[in-house]
Design a protein around this ligand. Structure first.
Ligand code: GUN
Ligand code: ZN
Length: 449
């Protein structure tokens, strides 16, 4: 394809990404050009510099050369994070899910009616996740429309790609002041969607967000399914996270065959749906996910921290269900996707301890889940997820030997070893630059008032 937009930047060095066929594809001494629309214009061998520079009209002297310990990887996709719960991340993990929601989560989320408080927390969570390499986040906010709109604005201002959900819940027996009537939930969801779309933020979209089946009446679930369908919107919720929750759903929805069936009945399983957890889904429910194109978000920190369950990721992949990783802040205590990568590996190893025949995930596969897998789970893989020409340049410039970072490099190492060490040992100090749609978003340029 001939270029349509001018080249704004060209990098030369190592690029590591996933493709459908290969979990880790390494392009060494490669040239990657980003155009003025933030899209990848070319990815080619370094030897082709002269041909590329004349074809795309840039000067070879403008090329940015990566150093020996550096590489680019796609930005990470956090497929499930509660922006509001960032306010208590790292605490309150001493009880199981349903009690935890009633004791900590609902009372905290109620405070987001206060826009000043919301502004503080939402600014920090966007900054923290961006700095840690989350270029795309799929956020739960709270039931408050204006605070949820503010989260969208903050993500836009900092240049993060985001799906933002105003939470819907018309059932809450424990914390009675933290819920909506069905009419409020429906009207405020429509207002949220209309006002967010009206802002025309290029990278921020609304996502229809029933909290989970136990917090919603069937009537509300049905209305939300219709809103998503009529407006072709993304949907997010939770499913089969914890045993008590699964039991409660059976009691509340006795006519449905399964938990997945509850959502399916209300048109909430679509190819733009992402459901968090899924630890206790049956093979039949996974088949329903595959048939509808709905995806799962694997949140291992949360699953372990709340003692909820263990997702059999291999079985999900064998069912060809789309899968990404999520931090699930604050059921998960870390806002970093590097933590999600490590917990996903650990969890798979725990399954292997329990069953030595288990087909353990390797780091290459988990790298794919954190990047391309996440983009597929959010149905954004036509735009992001790897370094295919035509996609947006959402990328992390990683320096494994960055000064002050927690990795010591003693010799020249192969790129795959550098990637493995970064995933296992690295942190934000190794992420020297973060790009979303070609624009450098970290280190920060603070948005102007
Ligand atoms: N299920 C319903 N709401 C929540 C939540 O906020 N966090 C988690 N981990 N699970 C949920
Ligand atoms: Zn969650």
């Amino acid at each position: 394809d001939r270029p349509t937009a001018a080249i704004s930047h060209v990098y030369r060095g190592t690029f590591i990404h996933s493709t459908q066929e290969t979990a880790v594809q390494i392009l060494e001494n490669a040239l990657l050009g980003v155009d003025t629309d933030g899209k990848i214009a070319f990815v080619e061998k370094g030897e082709d510099l002269d041909r590329l520079s004349s074809m795309f009209g840039f000067s070879p002297s403008e090329v940015t050369q990566l150093t020996q310990h550096e590489f680019f990887m796609p930005g990470m996709v956090d497929t499930h994070i509660h922006a509001s719960q960032y306010s208590y991340a790292g605490t309150a993990l001493d009880m199981p899910l349903l009690k935890w929601l009633n004791t900590y989560t609902f009372p905290v989320e109620y405070h987001f009616k206060d826009l000043e408080f919301a502004n503080k927390v939402y600014t920090q969570v966007v900054k923290r996740t961006l700095r840690n390499g989350t270029t795309t986040a799929c956020y739960f906010a709270t039931i408050h429309t204006d605070a949820s709109l503010l989260l969208g604005q903050i993500a836009n201002d900092f240049g993060q790609r985001a799906l933002v959900g105003k939470v819907c819940m018309d059932r809450n027996n424990a914390v009675k002041h933290y819920k909506e009537t069905i009419q409020e939930s429906q009207e405020e969801t429509c207002r949220f969607i209309a006002e967010l779309l009206n802002k025309k933020y290029p990278l921020v979209k609304p996502v229809v967000t029933p909290r989970f089946a136990p917090s919603c009446t069937g009537a509300l679930l049905g209305q939300l399914g219709a809103i998503a369908k009529n407006n072709h919107l993304h949907i997010q919720s939770h499913i089969s996270e914890n045993v008590e929750e699964v039991k409660l759903v059976k009691e509340l929805f006795p006519d449905s065959e399964s938990y997945a069936d509850v959502y399916h009945k209300y048109n909430l399983l679509t190819d733009k749906t992402v459901m968090a957890h899924g630890c206790y889904l049956s093979d039949k429910e996974l088949d329903l996910f595959r048939e509808t194109g709905a995806s799962l978000s694997h949140c291992p920190n949360s699953n372990i921290s709340l003692c909820s369950g263990m997702l059999d990721v291999r079985n999900v992949l064998n069912h060809k269900v789309k899968l990404g990783l999520g931090t699930d802040v604050a059921g998960g205590y870390s806002a970093s996707m590097l933590d999600a990568v490590r917990r996903a590996l650990d969890s798979s190893k725990v399954l292997t301890i329990q069953n030595p025949d288990y087909d353990t995930l390797n780091f290459e596969e988990v790298f794919r889940l954190a990047t391309l897998g996440g983009s597929q789970a959010l149905s954004l893989d036509d735009q992001i997820g790897n370094f295919e020409v035509g996609k947006d340049f959402d990328a992390l410039r990683v320096n494994v030997a960055a000064p002050g970072a927690p990795i010591d490099v003693f010799q020249c190492e192969e790129p795959k070893i550098l990637l493995e060490r970064f995933l296992n040992l690295g942190d934000d100090r190794n992420i020297v630059e973060v790009f979303v749609a070609g624009r450098k978003v970290a280190p920060f340029t603070e948005p102007t008032e």
